[in-house]
Design a protein around this ligand. Structure first.
Ligand code: ATP
Ligand code: MG
Length: 515
């Protein structure tokens, strides 16, 4: 008898070691269940766990019971007693009889052991026997101490599961964050490096992990505490608060990316710095917007000042009481005032259009448009002013009607022809023509002017962009014309591009869909 109890105790010790070493909940539950069944020679069993505070259990492990029959055990799992100090399950045997009568399983004896951790019921181990031998007080005693061990192991595994789940979620958040995120240890070595940061820096996570961060994120022109700069600085967080730095991040392509980095410290319980979390944000757009704002102010103030100064000057001169003006001078002065007012008007309308496009509130009023006729009208308007230029219209007779907003398309041609004149100061031919196929109508405006250097050609369609040349200073313009042309053409479903050679001339093409 004594040796049997000794053996049993030895056996219990062995399993409890095995149990505490296991953190994977499903396999732990299987181990507990088979061992519990073996200890008291039970033929079948179940482990059901409680979810939250509910008194309903769900089956997590079974032993010798066909899976298909598991749902039939529901009567044993609802309204279970939750008292943990003197656990008792009153109608247990009755409930088992209900279950087995329905499914014809030869299970006649049952015992339920609570898994209790810190006075909370985690779940129950059910064991079943087929014969008439009921579970004894000794079985109960042995199993109770076994269940106490098992409960600790179950709680550990549940906590581990919860932790792994939370870690997975955190990892997913960090990996999928649109901002660059990295976690550093107190020596500034990289422990975590997310995808966005890989994209920004060109470093793969594998290559970056373990390296000091200044090898990977060598920020240039930093404004602020440059923790990862080329010259290492003392890591300091005043009052434990995050610090921020802006600067340029060199990329593998050789280009630079404007970023802002926020470093947030993490401390342990003793106040020692253990980790630094760095959040890296691409601020290119923000910087561009800032730049745009200052360009806007300088361009607009210049463009507004010139005509206003002319108008004011002529008006003052003409209004002088001490002078007499002949009618020719008078007319000339008034002509300038009128033209400069027109220019102001065009500029204001362009600005309004540009801001409408920015706000996405740009609407087309479509109709049938005859481009050759429209081009002839536009050219006629310019012919009066531009004397040094020859204008040629070159459309085939069967050039098709396009569906579009006539006023907007006139604006496009107006701008292209005005550019052609403005940027061919020595005169020459200005040719406006086109061709078509089944799907597209193409219109071009060609000049023999100063042309555009290749490296500038991509930027002309941006707002306020003007090529820096001597002409830029002598001609007027806000750099809005081509931006508006592109927006209008694209709103029609078309495309605009140009071909140009410095010193030879420029041709701008516009293609519009016919359907
Ligand atoms: P705005 O049209 O607002 O009065 P702008 O003519 O300067 O001003 P865009 O029409 O957008 O602005 O043109 C942008 C820049 O592109 C011009 O400043 C000029 O440098 C260049 N450009 C445009 N068309 C030509 C061309 N036909 N030949 C040479 N350069 C051109
Ligand atoms: Mg223009």
């Amino acid at each position: 008898m004594i040796s049997y109890q000794l053996r049993q105790r030895e056996y219990l010790l062995q399993i409890s070691r095995a149990m505490t070493a296991r953190l994977d909940l499903p396999s732990l539950l299987r181990l507990i269940l088979t061992n519990a069944a073996e200890i008291v020679r039970a033929e079948a069993g179940l482990i059901a766990l409680r979810r939250g505070q509910s008194s309903v259990l769900t089956i997590h492990a079974s032993y010798n019971i066909p899976t298909a029959l598991l749902p039939r055990f529901a009567p044993l799992l609802t309204d279970v007693p939750l008292r943990t100090d003197h656990f008792a399950f009153p109608d247990l045997q009755l409930r088992l009889d209900m279950v087995t009568r329905a499914i014809l399983l030869p299970l006649h004896q049952v015992i339920a052991l609570p898994l209790v951790f810190e006075e909370r019921l985690l779940g129950l181990i059910y064991l079943f026997r087929s014969g008439t031998a009921a579970f004894t007080a000794n079985d109960q005693a042995v199993l109770t101490s076994f269940a106490d061990q098992a409960a600790i192991a179950v709680r550990n595994a549940q906590l581990y599961q919860q932790l792994s789940e939370e870690k997975r979620q955190l990892d997913a958040i960090i990996q999928h964050s649109a901002d660059g995120v990295m976690i550093l240890d107190a020596d500034l070595r990289i422990l975590v490096f997310n995808r966005a940061l890989s994209q920004m820096t060109g470093w793969s996570a594998e290559a970056a992990l373990g390296r000091p961060c200044y090898e990977v994120l060598a920020l240039e022109q930093a404004s602020g505490p440059n923790l990862c700069g080329p010259d290492p600085i003392e890591v300091e967080f005043p009052d434990g608060q995050p610090v921020m730095v802006e600067g340029l991040l060199p990329r593998p392509s050789g280009s630079r990316l404007a970023v802002s980095i926020t470093y947030s410290p993490l401390y342990d319980e003793d106040g020692r710095l253990t980790r630094i979390i760095a959040n890296v944000v691409d601020i290119t757009r923000f910087r561009e917007a800032e730049e745009m704002k200052s360009t806007f102010v300088s361009v607009i103030s210049h463009e507004l000042k010139t005509p206003v100064a002319l108008i004011k000057g002529y008006a003052n001169t003409l209004a002088r009481e001490d002078a007499q003006w002949d009618s020719a001078t008078l007319r000339e002065g008034l002509q300038v005032i009128s033209e400069e007012s027109d220019r102001l008007n065009v500029l204001i309308n362009n600005l309004l259009d540009a801001s409408r496009i920015q706000a996405g509130a740009f609407k087309l009023e479509r109709g049938d448009v005859l481009i050759p006729k429209l081009a002839a009208r536009v050219v006629d308007n310019f012919r009066v002013h531009a004397t040094g230029h020859r204008f040629v219209l070159d459309f085939p007779a069967d050039f098709p009607c396009v569906s579009g907003d006539e006023e907007r398309l006139r604006q496009v041609l107006d701008n292209l022809v005005s550019n052609a004149i403005k940027y061919s100061p020595a005169g020459g031919e200005i040719r406006v023509g086109g061709w078509s196929d089944d799907a597209w109508a193409t219109v071009y405006v060609a000049d023999q002017g100063i042309g555009i250097p290749a490296e500038e050609q991509g930027k002309l369609f941006q707002r306020f962009y003007r090529v820096d040349s001597s002409l830029r200073r002598s001609t007027q313009g806000a750099g809005l014309g081509l931006y508006l042309c592109k927006s209008i053409v694209e709103a029609h479903g078309g495309r605009i591009w140009l071909r140009s050679e410095p010193g030879k001339g420029t041709t701008v093409f516009v293609t519009l869909p016919l359907k």
